[in-house]
Design a protein around this ligand. Structure first.
Ligand SMILES: *Cc1c(COP(=O)(O)O)cnc(C)c1O
Length: 435
């Protein structure tokens, strides 16, 4: 377009994708200020990009947080959070929920354990276990707001109170609940992590992660405990991260400018764009998925092939109470069932599903089942397996947006290999789209 051509009226509704690795400066003086972190700006897309920044701002807003860093996957978000809080400490110890995503168990007990990090597991329904696990070096409590795959709800407020009394930072993985159903920052979480691959994206496409700082952690309240955030260092131009980024942004400043920059698990512009598009429908998706999951859980509880349904609807009175009064707008689209029958029959039932796919993912608009013992949690030790509550007969269901009657019919025809039962009659015509 030449200078003489008038600019067309109208601006795009959807933000354009900024596919640029590097960002140009007018002057060397401008570049020098941004590179030295004395002025804000994009330099190179490993540490920031306009689409990624828009996603970070949106997830921070949804979580009621101070700021956020997006990453290449949920694993990267969890890794960055743990490295920033424990990496430089010689005596680092974390207490972790025993009901947790298998990838997080691998990260903590294998990869980060190799670096000297020590881990104790505790039941998220038993705050006393968290208190008992404390050591002088404990820096982090890590738990999930709705546990994957058994859908248990944690005693977050009581656990966070123990943490904050002892100078410990609380990280909550809010992947299953999503900020639409639950905001951990209002109940004591200092950091919130997401696998954006799941409900935030919602359509089973890109991998992504987000790490949100809720703004409650201030390392200057106990500077000796967090010297890598509060002391001057040549990395930060002989200033401290607190001086460079501010007390409440020092943690994510270091996560981005040190760990994301040095290790490189950054999110791409197209991925950020797709996840932001997904977030525009987050509320309607998770409300429907949560409601369908609860009704399917109720229907399956009556099925003769089902031994047990894992959903807070069927939990003990305290789980019911947390679900009703714990500020959850729903518990999400994931639940699990323990089947009756032999392992061969369970396998046959899984292989008999037609509409529902066998895949290790959750949060997709398509309903997926997984067999955690063979898939997501296959590397757990026998002891970890025992405390996880998962068995060889546990199936996880992640409910999509198909018609409930079609899902019921598919589950019933598959479960008939264990024990036949009649599917309830559909209430209305199917609206399930062909895949
Ligand atoms: C999938 C998942 C992760 C890991 O996220 P990726 O995007 O697969 O790396 C972490 N936590 C929970 C609860 C998850 O479901």
């Amino acid at each position: 377009m030449t200078a003489a051509t008038p600019a067309p009226l109208g601006t795009p509704i959807v933000r354009p994708i900024h596919h640029s690795a590097a960002y140009a400066f007018e002057t060397l003086a401008d570049a020098r200020e941004v590179f030295a972190q004395r002025a804000s700006g994009f330099t190179y897309a490993r540490t920031g990009n306009p689409n990624v920044a828009a996603l970070e701002a949106e997830v921070a807003r949804l979580e009621g947080g101070e700021c956020a860093v997006a990453t290449s996957s949920g694993q990267a978000a969890v890794s960055l959070a743990l490295l920033t809080l424990t990496g430089p400490a010689k005596d680092a110890h974390v207490v972790v929920s025993s009901r947790i995503y298998g990838g997080t168990v691998d990260l903590l007990t294998d990869t980060l354990a190799d670096t000297g990090l020590e881990v104790t597991f505790a039941d998220p329904r038993e705050p006393q276990q968290w208190e008992d696990a404390l050591r002088p070096g404990t820096r982090v409590f890590f738990l999930e707001s709705v546990a994957n795959p058994l859908t248990e709800l944690p005693e977050l407020e009581a656990i966070a109170e123990i943490a904050h009394r002892n100078g410990v930072v609380v990280i909550v993985d809010n992947t299953v609940a999503t900020p639409h159903l639950y905001t951990p920052g209002r109940h004591g979480a200092d950091l919130v992590v997401h696998s954006a691959t799941k409900y935030l994206s919602g359509h089973g496409g890109p991998l992504g992660g987000v790490l949100v700082d809720t703004g409650s952690f201030d390392p200057t309240e106990d500077p000796e405990r967090w010297p890598w955030l509060t002391r001057k260092h040549h990395r930060w131009g002989d200033r401290s991260p607190v001086e460079v980024f501010g007390a409440r942004r020092a943690l994510l400043g270091v996560a981005r400018c040190k760990y994301l920059n040095d290790l490189g698990p950054c999110m791409g512009a197209t991925t950020a764009h797709e996840i932001l598009q997904g977030i525009t429908t987050l509320g309607v998706r998770v409300e429907r998925q949560s409601a369908t999951a609860e009704r399917l859980a109720l229907t399956l509880a009556e099925h003769p092939a089902v031994e047990r349904v894992h959903h807070p609807r069927f939990g003990d009175p305290r789980q019911q109470q947390l679900r009703e009064t714990g500020s959850y707008r729903g518990v999400g689209g994931v639940f699990s069932i323990d089947l009756k029958g032999t392992p061969e029959q369970v396998e046959h039932a899984v292989n008999s599903l037609r509409l529902i796919k066998l895949a290790a993912n959750i949060g997709d608009v398509r309903t997926l089942v997984a067999h955690p013992a063979s898939m997501t949690h296959c590397r757990l030790t026998p002891e970890q397996f025992r405390v996880s509550g998962i068995t060889e007969r546990t199936l996880r269901v992640s409910v999509g947006l198909e018609d409930e009657a079609d899902l019921t019919a598919d589950l019933f025809q598959a479960l008939s290999v264990i024990a036949p039962a009649h599917a309830p009659q559909p209430r209305s015509a199917s609206t399930t789209a062909a895949h």
